[in-house]
Design a protein around this ligand. Sequence first.
Ligand code: FE2
Length: 229
Amino acid sequence: MTARLPLGRNEIYLLPALSEAEAARVAAAVLDPPPELRRACWHVSESIGTIGEPLYRNRDRPDYYRDRARATNRMLAAAYATLYDRVVALFEERYQVPVVFVEELAIPGFHLVSYSSAGWHDGGGWHTDQLAWQVPYFCARAAEVDGVVNFTLPLIVPSGGTGMDLVDDIVGAADQVAVHVPYQPGVMVLSECEILHRLGPSTSTNAGELRLTHQGHGVLFRGRLLLFW
Ligand SMILES: [Fe+2]
C-alpha cells in the first residue's frame, strides 16, 4: 500500500515495489553482471558509481549520452527484466497510461556506493533534479509536459541505514523542515514535483558495505509516461 508523507505543500510517496527477498535477488544479479554489461555500463567512482550513464552526468556531451543509451539500454533491460517489468507495472497502475522508453534517453539505472570504512558517512549536496528540462526535446514542448516523476528504489541499504533528506518548498518559512526518509530495500521513494533533496547520510558497521539504488525520472507526455535517467 502506498504511504504518503506530507512535506510543505508537497507529498512524497513510498510504494512497495519488491519484497525484501526480491530486492535482494535483483541486487545480487546487479552486482554480478554479465562481463559485457560490466564493461559497457559500470562507471566506478570514488564517491558514487553508476551502472548506466545518467543524463545529469552528461549534460555537456549529449552525443555521448545518446550513444551510450543506444548501446546499453537493451542490455540493461534484458539483464534486469524482472526489475524493469515491476517498475513499469507499478507506474502503469498508478498513472493508467502506457510506460515507454526511447532509444535516445538512457533507461533508469543504478547508483552504487561502497563504504571503504565503518562509521558515519556524510550525505550528498542539496539539489532538485529538474531532469525533464535538461532534455531539449521536452524543453521545446514544455506546454505538453503534463507531469514529472522522480523515483529511487533502494536495493541494498548499509547496516546502519541510509535514505534521502528532503526540505519542503516554502522558502524562508520559519517552520521550514528537513525530513529524512529512511530507505527500505524494495520500497520506492517517489515524488511528482521538484523537491529540494539530497542523498542522506549513511552508517555502516563494516568496511565494504554497499548502498545500491535503482533510479530514474519520468515525463507524462502525450498520454504516456516516458521513463529515463
Ligand atoms: Fe536527486
